[in-house]
Design a protein around this ligand. Structure first.
Ligand code: GSH
Length: 220
């Protein structure tokens, strides 16, 4: 059997890259990890992701797949014989999972940046309000389920959980407690962290905090 080439090109702090790591680990796919310094990008990155020039990028047998959610879907489909399936088979449930993943993707990161990069108190307070609104909506969507995917980690879980390692930074900058505001969501996050795939893929929250305070570029 010919050995498959699976390489993840990523930057250690990236919540987007963590999604890909979780997906690969959940399916038990062996991969090589290549760190790309996003402050000093290689020309290789522009070859494998010419449109966005960002990480993560997955290389699978010399094909380049970009954009984290697109990569997670690719992994689900390219290794469809491996469980678990991240997206449900029912078209309605599939579209709902994609809807929530898209919602998180479009809103959470941008809102959270205002908490630690906001210019002035007003923007910071707005960022905090927006983050809590999003997290509360997600808590409502989770309801009584163990995971967004039901009994197993699914597409929405993989999309959202990487941000858990940023909760400490948001809370410290914003002076609030996510656990007080969204206890069920934090219980869900702790449940996710019990999975090896998640625990192995998320950066240390204190390291993220130190990293974010250590520079003022609009990068993270
Ligand atoms: N929508 C992209 C995804 O989901 O993969 C976002 C990727 C992204 O923003 N990556 C950051 C990056 O490569 C690292 S967290 N930044 C470098 C840059 O913006 O030039």
């Amino acid at each position: 059997m010919v050995k498959e080439e699976v390489v993840l090109v990523n930057f250690w702090s990236s919540p987007f890259g963590s999604r890909v790591k979780i997906a690969l680990e959940e399916k038990g796919i062996h991969y090589e990890y290549k760190e790309e310094d996003i402050f000093n990008k290689t020309s290789f990155l522009s070859t494998i992701n010419p449109i966005h020039n960002k990480v993560p990028v997955l290389i699978h047998n010399q094909r380049f797949i970009c954009e984290s959610l697109n990569i997670v879907e690719y992994i689900d489909e390219a290794w469809t014989d491996r469980s678990p399936q991240f997206l449900p088979s029912d078209p309605l449930h599939r579209s709902q999972a994609r809807f929530w993943a898209d919602f998180i993707d479009k809103q959470l990161y941008e809102a959270s940046k205002k908490i630690y990069r906001g210019k002035g108190e007003e923007e910071q307070v707005n960022g905090k309000k927006e983050v809590l609104r999003i997290l509360k909506l997600m808590e409502g969507e989770l309801g009584e389920k163990a995971f967004f995917g039901g009994d197993n980690l699914g597409f929405v879980d993989i999309t959202l959980i990487p941000f858990y390692s940023r909760f400490y930074t948001w809370e410290t900058f914003g002076k609030f407690s996510i656990e007080e505001e969204c206890p069920n969501l934090v219980a869900w996050a702790k449940r996710c962290m019990q999975k090896q795939s998640v625990a192995n893929s998320l950066p240390d929250p204190l390291k993220i905090y130190d990293y974010i305070v250590s520079f003022d570029k609009y990068y993270d």
